[in-house]
Design a protein around this ligand. Structure first.
Ligand code: TRP
Length: 345
């Protein structure tokens, strides 16, 4: 993974020192473990249990940013120990990277159950913007860490405490229209103090068609909602219903948003809707051509992480997202390290 990270940094023109150090901090004692051993804990970050996933954010203006989604694993990983490890890591990173913990502290007691439930408690995102010296750090939490039935309460209470009083009602009205099939998947906080620091809510839509995403997107006025169907048609042509891994929506709220999010994003788990990664690559290239992004920019990303024949498996491209804000849009591509062998077919 260190080599892949280095290659991605070189490709994107990002200084590799900070990303490599963060990856080492994250992996802790597990960094030395041979990858021929089974994963120390079945992290849900990636299909093969690797606690790290890369993504590349492509902006409208051609800028590209490297990000990693990761889970801190305790030396003896269990749900409770991993939550402790995440908090220990927070103390280290808060000091070193001058994180603003104001938002997190407002909700922290909600996010630290004694007996955490579900697939994970806290995940991290480290974002390395092109041309910036400092990383941005974001924390993702599992709304179901007190149990699935408690998830709505957790989300509602967190929004209230963060002063986003109308956010829960908006997200529920537009994004949770199908009882039992739409669920709260992730809740996330940017740990910086800029006015654009976001509070994000992610919803997973089981067995959804494109109209479900379009209805969810209607929470954000002024975005090009027509792009949603186009995005799904290019990436998963002929898919009437996303019956495998679900489509996921997210809303971002920034300071002053209260009840109307300033962004809607849609995440499509491409790996479930292609025969193999060669096809996944072709579809992302087609998507990029339609958006004036260079199609080879995604090929280069895949080459930076692997030289395996693309037709051998699916899952190298795990998700692709479409980001829509009034006046701007962008895409991100989520790439597996395949450190533990990748998605099993
Ligand atoms: N691996 C999980 C999934 O596929 C979580 C996840 C990782 C995810 N990266 C993501 C979800 C990107 C949505 C978008 O659902």
């Amino acid at each position: 993974m260190t080599g892949q990270m280095r290659n991605l940094c070189t490709l994107l023109g990002i200084e590799e020192e900070v990303p490599s150090r963060l990856l080492a901090d994250l992996l802790g004692v597990h960094a030395e473990r041979p990858l021929t051993d089974p994963p120390p804990f079945p992290s849900d970050v990636a299909d093969d249990g690797t606690p790290v996933e890369f993504s590349i954010q492509f902006d409208d203006d051609g800028r590209r940013h490297l990000r990693t989604l990761c889970e801190a694993l305790a030396p003896e990983p269990t749900a409770a120990n991993n939550l402790t490890a995440a908090q220990d890591l927070l103390s280290v990173l808060a000091e070193r990277h001058h994180l603003d913990l104001g938002k997190l502290d407002a909700v922290r007691d909600l996010l630290t159950p004694e007996h955490p439930q579900g697939d994970f408690s806290w995940w991290w995102s480290f974002i390395f913007p092109q041309g910036a010296a400092a990383p941005k750090i974001k924390i993702y939490v599992n709304p179901a860490m007190h149990g699935e039935e408690e998830a709505p309460k957790l989300v509602e209470e967190a929004f209230q405490r963060l002063g986003l009083h109308g956010a829960f009602a908006t997200a529920t009205k537009f994004g949770m229209q199908r009882h039992g099939q739409d669920r709260f998947a992730f809740f996330a906080l940017d740990l910086d103090d800029s006015p654009t620091a976001r509070v994000k809510l992610y919803l997973a839509h089981r067995d959804a068609d494109v109209a479900v995403a379009e209805r969810a997107a209607a929470a954000v006025p002024g975005i090009e909602a027509g792009r949603i169907r186009e995005f799904c048609d290019v990436l998963a042509p002929g898919t009437a219903e996303f019956t495998r891994r679900p489509l996921i929506s997210s809303y971002s709220f920034v300071e002053g948003d209260d009840s109307t999010p300033s962004n809607y994003s849609l995440y499509l788990p491409l790996r479930d809707y292609v025969e193999h990664d060669g096809i996944a690559l072709e579809r992302v290239q087609e998507l990029f051509r339609g958006q004036d992004l260079a199609p080879e920019s995604i090929t280069e990303v895949l080459r930076a992480v692997t030289d395996r024949p693309l037709a051998d498996n699916t899952g190298l491209i795990a998700h692709v997202s479409l980001r829509l804000s009034p006046g701007t849009s962008g895409n991100s591509v989520y790439v597996s390290s395949e450190a533990y062998g990748g998605t099993r077919r």
